[in-house]
Write a new protein. Sequence first.
Length: 278
Amino acid sequence: MASARPRILYVTDLAYPARGRRYCDEDIFLTSRLRTDFDLALCHPRDAAALMDAFDAVVIRNSGPVLEYQAAYDAFRARALARGTRVYNPLTGRADMAGKQYLLDLSAAGAPVIPTVDRPEDLHRLPEADEYVVKPRFGADSVGLRIVSADRVRDLADGDVLVQPRIDFAYEVSFYFVDHDFQYALYAPDTDRRWQLEPYEPTADDLEFARRFIDWNAVDHGIQRVDACRAPGGELLLVELEDLNPYLSLDALSEERRQAFVAAMTASLHRFLATPDR
């Protein structure tokens, strides 16, 4: 049973060298606020499996790309599932948490995502482009991403990578949710500076687009980020749905919105801890 003050194991890699961002600042800020409601300890993702039994829940935050500690993550995941450990986000996510297969599935189903294939015989399903984006099926944070010319792409589409046309989009925009509740949106008006983000006020159509993927993923508790690009025709296309450890760019928010996010996350964690064991 949970104690009067629930015990949270907060998983983060404070030393992860993210490009253009400081993951550690975000987690230092969040944990300083969450301590108001929870007894909280931080650990590196490689240590989570060994430590988690002493806590009421494990919160995965800015833990870096799983590829960098795949064996430790697999051991943690297997142990958490076997013991029924509460993990936030729950390990049931169908999006980036499980790799990039969802982009292939959603693309094949005609959903508004960047067209995606993985085999040379399917390249005809992509719009013609001068360049293509090739990325690992289990990549993250642009690790292993390549941009190649049209005459090279067939040789690389071997089933282990995803292939997408390189789209001349107007900007990228991200929508942030806690549980199924929209919190805020940020965008990068300069396409060459992906992480120079500014507040974005979404339209009703924008929110309908983002909610479509949140509802599809069916993660009842947790934090998700819907990344999209504004295509040349004006429509939004999904770039990725981050449901494991989305960076939140809280430093780009006003103090009021930052505090509102902390309140939403705190309430979500309390609801999560109060749900019956499954």
